[in-house]
Design a protein around this ligand. Structure first.
Ligand SMILES: *[C@@H]1O[C@H](CO)[C@@H](O)[C@H](O)[C@H]1NC(C)=O
Ligand SMILES: *[C@@H]1O[C@H](CO)[C@@H](O)[C@H](O)[C@H]1NC(C)=O
Ligand SMILES: *[C@@H]1O[C@H](CO)[C@@H](O)[C@H](O)[C@H]1NC(C)=O
Ligand SMILES: *[C@@H]1O[C@H](CO)[C@@H](O)[C@H](O)[C@H]1NC(C)=O
Ligand SMILES: *[C@@H]1O[C@H](CO)[C@@H](O)[C@H](O)[C@H]1NC(C)=O
Length: 760
């Protein structure tokens, strides 16, 4: 019954045995599938679990070829699809779609079929001008290089829309509201817009159609370019609402909670366990990528096969919105989700997936309709197969569209439906119906496998979106350096040697402690260690002008550390990457953005209020680096403010070389104080950790509030570490201090090598 329904929609008989009849558990699973007739001419195959039940056979062909059958699944002693006795599978030559559809010009050479590496050239008849590529080469992914050549006259409102290879066009009028309709030659599938309309602005609606064969793929480079440009324009929408101020200028709004992203990954049987872990990594990489944009989205993550499992719901994510570890917890839940838990895996129920997303969206709307209508909704689905149960997903997708846009074309930008088809089993035509079709934006991507999807994400690092974004860290991946991309270790070559920590605050400045340097330390003696294989040269050191170790000797303070801050300027700006980015410095516009404060609300006082208003502020600093350029340990502290501060400052009198009545002489308001065992036992800094950042994590963005300066008690002797004691206290230069801010502003606002900061 289900099968019939399927056939009507997909016309795919081969899928039926998977879903019709009794659940697969009722079959005997002991006997293996036959080994006969599985060979492929010109290629090879791999098996996920040998010849046993549930094993997936995948065919491989050399570059330039594709397998006539992509894969077979062993189920209940049978391969699906069943091998033919007389005709084995074969590797066939990849062809590119027919370029001879080119109008008003000539294609050379004129052939029946075009194979990989075949080169074609295009020229126009007189009176016509060529746009697009004059020479195109057939690529191994079944596409022509370059862009569609078009011979046009440019006499109409819109330029000639062209006839992409493999297609045919109806309509050859190019004035306002004129329509062109495309078809692809059988058996190719049309991806992109079937119908395009000439718009007022002289542009065609939608995206250029492309004719894909089953073996046609997007390369990771193509996909990453198209996806990041589409994503960027959408994330910019969510950042900048169309609300105008009096001058008619667009203003940025606080859009902290107004971006909802649903990510769904297919875990049906055709995906094996390795692929499943790969799918989880893919989700993490995607979330990582999105974290580069100045937005903090809400997430719902779903895994689907016959059934749909929510790793977390949108509602639940929003309920924990204020928890700084919300995103980290989400990643952890994803990591903990195991392959076995996904239940019945035989089907690919895409309809049910969209139905679940619709349910969540309805809950969001019911929770607050105003917020819902202001929210940007993004749905990203990864699937490796064809919907083979649950019916046609299109009606559910239409309901989602209706819920968000309320049939108002102006609201269409509030919804983005992306699908990544992975592998050759993807039913391109049906999926093309499930995605958004926005002008000049691609929403359907077809990649060869999940590794290519990940490669695509790796290609997505885009300096234009990430420069100037401070404090972005990523704790969800194996690579620990990514959680501390600002971390710097400083070594000064002297007979006794000297190590300090520092923090990258712009692409060319490192903030550290002044006491790391002695008179006579020149730039060439300083080594800065950032990321692996990166040698950075130091241009100069700037010490805070108020720093004077001997200033209070006459008062009984042998060494006085007020304004113990210094900046190291690098000769060249470093290239920012996910492993190398600056930490946020308070009272800058960049930090306002990190804290999601609007321009009006983003004052220095507001920063202090948001970060330092509790009497006990949870913060951390780091030890020296490991060989992987991440810190050996994270030291957790509570900065004592309000009623806790006095006792903390008082212990300074117990430090060697300090002999004063009033501890505040040594520890002025330009210091922060941590340490001790009340109410929690704090970690204490050791030598070599001086100059390091004392930082807070505020909703996933890291903001430095202090620089490690000195301590009342040294509890680290050589390699031995003693436990913290009541009076083991640390003092940190306070970055909210007016004089320290002035020093930072002077240098960092005039950074002519890297990216300067804007102070408030
Ligand atoms: C299939 O290929 C394998 C490895 O190339 C070969 O050993 C085997 O004889 C082939 N079987 C048939 C039936 O051709
Ligand atoms: C296409 O050309 C490249 C570069 O010359 C070559 O490496 C590749 O093997 C060729 N592919 C095919 C299918 O002929
Ligand atoms: C919905 O959210 C907005 C903005 O956060 C708020 O002002 C409004 O009071 C909320 N409405 C309801 C019914 O909760
Ligand atoms: C440091 O302070 C001492 C005592 O006030 C003063 O004599 C000395 O000149 C100061 N040094 C500098 C470099 O300002
Ligand atoms: C500090 O806290 C973090 C996060 O809670 C934890 O992962 C880390 O292990 C703690 N550091 C130490 C040294 O206990």
């Amino acid at each position: 019954m289900e099968c019939k329904l399927q056939l009507k929609w997909l016309m795919l008989a081969i899928i039926c045995p998977l879903i019709a009849g009794a659940p697969s558990s009722m079959f005997k699973r002991d006997s293996p599938c036959p080994k006969e007739n599985l060979n492929i001419t010109g290629g090879s195959f791999v098996l996920s679990k040998g010849y046993s039940h549930g094993s997936l056979l995948r065919y491989n062909c050399p570059t330039g070829y594709y397998p006539s059958i992509q894969s077979r699944l062993c189920q209940d002693e049978q391969w699906t699809p069943k091998p033919k006795i007389r005709k084995s599978a074969e590797c066939k030559k990849i062809t590119c779609p027919n370029p001879r559809v080119f109008e008003n010009g000539e294609v050379i050479p004129y052939k029946d079929k075009y194979y990989v590496n075949d080169t074609t050239s295009y020229s126009c008849h007189s009176d016509f001008k060529l746009r697009g590529s004059a020479v195109r080469v057939c690529k191994p992914n079944g596409k022509w290089s370059g862009s569609t050549p078009i011979c046009g006259r440019d006499s109409d409102h819109c330029p000639d829309s062209g006839v992409p290879p493999g297609s045919s066009r109806e309509g050859n009028m190019f004035n306002i509201d004129d329509k062109v309709t495309y078809h692809c030659e059988s058996p190719l599938t049309l991806i992109g817009s079937k119908v395009r309309v000439c718009q007022d602005g002289g542009q065609w609606s939608g995206t250029e159609p492309q004719c894909y064969a089953d073996f046609t793929y997007d390369t990771p480079e193509e996909a990453s370019q198209a996806f990041s440009s589409s994503l960027k324009s959408n994330l910019a929408v969510s950042q900048q609402d169309e609300q105008n101020d009096q001058q008619g200028k667009k203003i940025s709004m606080d859009q902290g909670g107004n971006l909802d992203i649903y990510i769904a990954v297919d875990a049906s049987d055709s995906i094996d366990e390795k692929d499943f872990d790969n799918a989880k990594t893919t989700i993490k990489l995607l979330i990582d990528k999105i974290s580069y944009y100045p937005v903090s989205p809400n997430y719902e993550i779903l895994i689907f096969s016959t059934d749909v499992m929510r790793i977390n719901s949108m509602r639940n994510f929003k309920r924990n919105e204020d928890d700084e570890r919300n995103l980290i917890n989400l990643i952890k839940d994803l990591d903990d989700f195991s392959y076995d838990r996904k239940g019945d895996k035989t089907g690919t129920n895409i309809a049910k997936l969209y139905s679940s997303i619709l349910e969540s969206m309805i809950m969001e709307r019911d929770s607050n309709a105003t917020t819902f209508s202001e929210t940007q909704h993004i749905v990203i689905v990864f699937t490796d197969g064809q919907a083979n149960m649950g019916g046609n997903p299109k009606p559910k997708v239409d309901q989602i569209k209706h819920l968000v846009t309320k049939n108002d074309p102006a609201r269409e930008k509030k919804l983005d439906l992306y699908v990544f088809g992975v592998g050759q089993d993807v039913n391109q035509e049906d999926i093309n119906d499930l995605v958004s079709h926005k002008d000049q934006e691609k929403h359907f991507f077809k990649l060869q496998n999940l590794e290519k999807v990940q490669e695509m994400f790796d290609n997505m690092i885009d300096e234009s979106t990430s420069v100037g974004l401070c404090g972005i860290v990523w704790e969800g991946l194996e690579n620990k350096r990514r959680a501390f991309p600002w971390l710097a270790q400083i070594n000064i070559a002297r007979p006794k040697g000297s190590n300090c920590m520092g923090s990258l605050v712009t692409s060319s400045y490192i903030l550290t402690a002044a006491h790391c340097f002695l008179e006579g330390d020149t730039a060439d003696k300083i080594t800065v260690k950032l990321e692996k294989n990166l040698v950075v040269k130091v241009k100069k050191i700037a010490i805070h002008p108020g720093y004077n170790l001997t200033a209070k000797q006459h008062l009984g303070i042998q060494e006085y550390y007020e304004f113990d801050v210094a900046l190291i300027q690098l000769e060249k700006a470093v290239k920012l990457t996910s492993n190398l980015r600056p930490i946020c410095i308070p009272c800058t516009r960049e930090t306002s953005a990190a804290l999601k404060l609007s321009e009006r609300d983003g004052t220095c006082r507001k920063h202090e209020e948001m970060l330092m208003s509790n009497e006990l502020v949870e913060a951390a600093f780091t030890s020296e680096m490991e060989t992987d350029y991440s810190p050996k340990t994270i030291k957790n502290i509570t900065i004592k403010l309000g009623k806790y501060r006095d006792a903390c400052v008082e212990d300074a009198k117990k430090a060697k070389g300090i002999n004063v009545k009033d501890a505040k002489e040594a520890v002025t308001d330009n210091f922060l104080c941590s340490g001790g065992i009340e109410p929690k036992t704090d970690h204490v800094a050791c030598k070599g950790e001086s100059g390091g950042a004392t930082y807070l994590n505020k909703k996933g963005r890291v903001i430095q509030v202090g620089v490690i300066s000195w301590g009342a008690k040294d509890i680290c002797k050589g390699k031995t570490r003693f436990n913290s004691q009541a009076d083991s206290r640390d003092y940190h230069s306070n970055l909210f201090s007016q004089q320290i801010r002035a020093f930072l502003k002077e240098h960092l606002e005039n950074d002519d090598i890297g990216n300067p900061l804007t102070f408030l």
